[in-house]
Design a protein around this ligand. Structure first.
Ligand code: WT7
Length: 641
């Protein structure tokens, strides 16, 4: 085994919340006494109206779990009200608009007042506890208010990323029966305007149950107002009281639904409940970012993804942190923007995605070196495997070998970070997410489903419940059992492959199912295929992910036309547009590869393994072809490649 260089914990982290020894000890304790461990964390990190009767109960195999049963609390109270005594005037959100001239600073007191007004406004519109509210917003503080206002009145938010098309929005609104939508006239990203309200109008043509649309006027663009349904954010909130008593919620009451792609079918509505989710995101934020009073934290994700939910909204605010929220994109107006924001606001902790790091790295060091970055202490990454080259660039060029790289692995379904270094406790190894967080027991299974002991490679599973685990797929509990708990009975199957080294460090090797990760955006191949075959010229489609230098993976689509149809450039453009309108622009195929037929087994299953190899330019080593129903299909594919 080649010993890769380890990067020991820097001297400067000797006073962090967790040392190497303490981690070892606490980790052991957390596995041996999970209830005592999580019970004490729940007491220390959250405020409760009523304590719980039991820390954990349930049947993990069936994904029927309950944490802190009997306990009562409110997530918005924990993120706002409890901080007011000591930090009412502390800035909670430093907002930086799409262009650097747009700046806002919002204190905890202001968040409180704004959230209460909106919460009262929603109530006045008839939104009640348990109702689902769709949030389709750009990266403005009002998106955070919207989430917390829902949490305050016990409504369940379902945030839909602003890059999704009207069709995707419609499907998500219908799936969980939202009755209200909170949106904006337009979003602004990198100088481009995104017509969010127009998209909403389009989506709502087929959503008769939505009776309220709240519109935050970000740009003042001309939009249509539907009498009786649409109301401006301002009109809804100005005359409302800035006091709204938080709804007293049960621990297991749903907090939110967030849709994510799987291997099959439509996106699933991942449901998270209140206490366990809030506790886990609060505790992980505290330890993983080693958050200390006064630190300035910045997560570059969008609130439309789980990273935004857990580490822009709930984790940081529950900890009473100060954070930066950026409306725009890393390259606007140029590739120095991130580092300029870091300097302007003296950011200490930065959390972003490998795809952004690779894209910035490709621009060269000049943009980085223009800035000081001396405030930075911790550099985090999430969303996809980070290749050692990008890791090194982040470590050396951005952090100047001073800041630990926190490569955190987790998923929408896990709610919070699962395998991750801790700045003061973990020596680093590039490409490795390193060690499990407290209370988390991962395992690697071999082909036969047996746990591998010691170093090895296989399927990454989690062997028992943790507070922020997915509770259900909205409206379809069987789907969660089938997707995550059936592959390897008794385990939660992550869908990822992993390797473990001799020190117990985990390296995530990527998805083992038909999920692809394009620039940190999770896509199901089945969704893209369904979009492609909507076109009358297309008989069949098969989509695979291929490695991409910047995006991590890109979409490669094999398409079989209807008899007699020729695939022209115009048709390709139509197909690409179809994917954009069905899902969103970020799902457009990079390559559309026409073929007369797809390779299938005799039972009719598409042999993706072969397609994946062909897509990567492989011609000779296609593996075992003996199960192929029609070997001439491969010959045609090779002729056209
Ligand atoms: C999938 C989950 C977790 C928030 C953002 C994505 C991949 C995530 C890492 C990492 C390697 C990673 C996995 C996972 N992934 N973090 N540090 N190293 N891969 O959430 O959209 O639910 O996607 O992202 O494949 O299963 P998501």
């Amino acid at each position: 085994m080649t010993q890769t260089t380890n990067y020991p914990v820097p001297e400067s982290f000797k006073d962090s919340w967790m040392s190497e020894e303490k981690y070892q000890e606490l980790y052991r304790y957390s596995l041996e006494n999970p209830e005592a461990f999580w019970g004490s964390k729940a007491e220390r990190y959250l405020d409760w109206y009523r304590p719980w009767d039991s820390v954990y109960e349930g049947d993990f195999k069936k994904c029927e779990v309950s944490w802190f049963k009997g306990g009562k609390l409110n997530a918005s109270f924990n993120c706002i009200d409890r901080h007011l005594e000591n930090r009412a005037d502390q800035v909670a959100i430093i907002w930086e608009g799409d262009t650097p001239d747009l700046q806002r600073k919002i204190t905890y007191q202001e968040i409180h007042d704004e959230v209460c007004k909106l919460a009262n406004g929603l109530k006045a519109q008839g939104v009640n506890k348990g109702d689902r509210v769709c949030i389709y917003m750009p990266m403005v503080p009002e998106a955070v208010y919207a989430m917390l206002a829902c949490a305050r009145i016990g409504a369940v938010h379902s945030v839909v990323f602003g890059g999704f098309s009207p069709h995707s929005l419609r499907d998500r609104i219908l799936d969980c029966g939202c009755r209200a939508v909170i949106t904006a006239d337009e979003g602004v990203r990198g100088g481009k305007h995104i017509p969010l309200k127009q998209n909403t109008d389009e989506a709502l043509k087929e959503c008769p149950d939505v009776t309220t649309v709240v519109v935050y006027e970000r740009t003042g663009a001309e939009i249509e107002w539907r009498e009786g349904r649409d109301i401006s954010y301002k009109a809804l909130t100005t005359s409302q009281s800035s006091i709204c008593e938080p709804e007293v919620m049960e621990s297991e009451d749903p907090l939110f639904i967030l849709y994510t792609s799987g291997s099959t079918g439509k996106p699933k509505g991942v449901l998270h409940s209140t206490a366990g989710y809030l506790l886990y995101t609060t505790v992980t934020f505290h330890y993983v970012f080693d958050y200390h009073e006064g630190d300035i934290y910045w997560c570059g994700a969008d609130v439309g993804w789980i990273t935004g939910h857990s580490y822009i909204v709930y984790g940081p605010l529950s900890n009473g942190a100060t954070m930066v929220m950026h409306e725009g994109v890393p390259f606007w107006p140029d590739a120095a923007r991130i580092w300029e924001i870091v300097d302007r606001h003296q950011v200490n902790i930065l959390y972003t995605a490998p795809t952004a790091i690779r894209a910035l790295m490709a621009k060269g060091d000049e943009y980085v070196k223009r800035t000081s970055r001396a405030s930075l202490k911790i550099l985090g990454t999430v969303g996809e495997p980070i290749n050692p080259e990008a890791w090194q660039w982040y470590y050396r060029s951005v952090g100047e070998e001073r800041c630990p790289i926190i490569d955190s692995w987790w998923q929408t379904e896990t709610g919070g970070m699962m395998i991750t270094p801790l700045p003061g406790a973990t020596a680093l190894k590039p490409g490795f997410a390193t060690l499990p967080f407290l209370g988390i027991r991962p395992a690697i299974l071999d082909h036969d489903g047996n746990e591998i002991v010691g170093p090895g490679q296989g399927s990454l599973v989690i062997t028992g419940s943790w507070p922020s685990q997915i509770r259900t797929v909205y409206g379809n509990h069987q789907r969660i059992v089938d997707t995550y708990f059936s592959q390897h009975p008794g385990y939660y199957f992550t869908g990822d492959g992993a390797r473990r080294d001799e020190n117990g460090y985990y390296q995530i090797t990527g998805r083992m199912d038909d999920v692809i990760n394009v620039a940190g955006h999770r896509l199901g191949t089945a969704e893209i295929e369904s979009a492609l075959v909507l076109h009358e010229a297309i008989a069949e489609a098969a989509v695979v992910g291929v490695p991409h230098r910047v995006k991590g993976e890109s979409v490669y689509a094999f398409i079989t036309p209807m008899d007699g149809v020729e695939i022209t450039d115009d048709l390709k453009q139509e197909l690409s547009n179809l994917v954009a309108s069905e899902i969103g622009s970020f799902a457009r195929p990079e390559i559309l590869h026409p073929c007369p037929a797809l390779p299938k087994t005799r039972s009719g299953k598409i042999m993706r393994r072969i397609l994946r190899k062909l897509a990567q330019g492989e011609r000779d080593n296609l593996g075992d072809l003996s199960t192929l129903a029609d070997p001439t299909v491969i010959k045609h594919l090779l002729d056209q490649a």
